[in-house]
Design a protein around this ligand. Structure first.
Ligand code: ZN
Length: 308
């Protein structure tokens, strides 16, 4: 079973929102040594990334051989144009897509705890819209273990939900100090009911994440954005992933594509295949077992999500 634990469902795309994502893609393409026609890509993004009904998601899953996807919304209270009302519209949409395909899709709402109504937004998203948890982007300017966040996490804990929280640096204005995996350390103590997934495992500096993952039973990480390293510097990716598995065990790592934006230079299906092929293709001196690969690609996620 293949599970993508990190996919963004976009309610709509504008010229500005597409342009804002371009530097991220350009950087990834650079590391991967790919030349991309950025203008053509912008047009493609504008035409195809918005997916309010989830039809494109299902198409992508079909092509990539992904059985189940966890889709998320992102909220940013520091964005003056983004009001709570329209965030809830997006959260309703995510819940709607998940309920339309209950065997294929699970939904995470986007919540920024700086909003005064954040706890109610989460409550409504879980109870009315049917999401199974939420996505945080602390690097937009809040502390995931601060008092504002704790009000929201109490609601999440009451429902035994999942938190997918961005970790690792991104281009400014992203504040990397706030997306340090160690900022999530208190959650495992104060909210043991919550399954916490550190998106990207903290990226290049994954060791603080690993340090926590060893000791906190409900603390995981996903491989979203690691495809850049995997396609750009395969040997290094294999060494890093081997070290991660040796240090924390194979049960803590979850596959993620960060689609539909991120798998541009290489589609999600090739990312799945690269991991599938690790037991046969890993460089000399590095070995992966089929069991490890199966756990990462879906076994671990299936356990978390209670999938058959
Ligand atoms: Zn993401």
């Amino acid at each position: 079973m293949i599970v993508d634990f990190h996919y963004h469902l976009m309610p709509r795309m504008t010229e500005t929102s597409v342009s804002m994502l371009m530097p991220l893609i350009a950087r990834a393409a650079d590391i991967m040594g790919r030349r991309l026609d950025m203008e053509a890509l912008k047009k493609k993004g504008l035409a195809t990334w918005a997916d309010p009904t989830g039809e494109r998601l299902l198409e992508t899953m079909e092509t990539a051989g992904i059985d189940y996807a966890v889709i998320c919304m992102v909220d940013d209270a520091s964005h003056p144009g983004l009001k709570a009302e329209s965030v809830q519209k997006g959260n309703r949409m995510v819940g709607g897509v998940a309920s339309r395909y209950p065997d294929r899709v699970g939904g995470l709402c986007g919540i920024d705890p700086r909003r005064p109504e954040a706890p109610d937004m989460l409550k409504q998203s879980i109870e009315e819209f049917g999401v199974i948890g939420m996505k945080y982007h602390p690097d937009y300017g809040f502390d995931p273990s601060g008092p504002e966040s704790y009000r929201v996490l109490e609601v999440l804990a009451d429902h035994g939900g999942i938190l997918l929280s961005h970790t690792g640096p991104l281009t400014p204005p992203s504040r990397a100090r706030l997306s340090d995996p160690m900022r999530l350390a208190d959650l495992g103590v104060d909210f043991p009911e919550i399954t916490v997934i550190a998106a990207h495992m903290g990226a290049v500096d994954w060791r603080p994440w690993a340090n926590l993952a060893v000791f906190q039973p409900n603390f995981y990480g996903d491989l979203a954005m690691w495809d850049t390293l995997a396609f750009g510097h395969y040997d290094l990716f294999c060494r890093e992933l081997r070290d991660i598995i040796d240090l924390v065990g194979p049960s803590k790592v979850l596959f993620g594509s960060d689609g539909p934006v991120y798998p541009i230079a290489e589609p999600a299906g090739k990312w799945v295949q690269l991991i599938k092929d690790l037991p046969d293709r890993a460089p000399r001196g590095i070995r992966f077992t089929r069991e490890e690969v199966d756990a990462i690609l879906g076994g671990n996620a299936a356990t978390i999500l209670g999938l058959g």
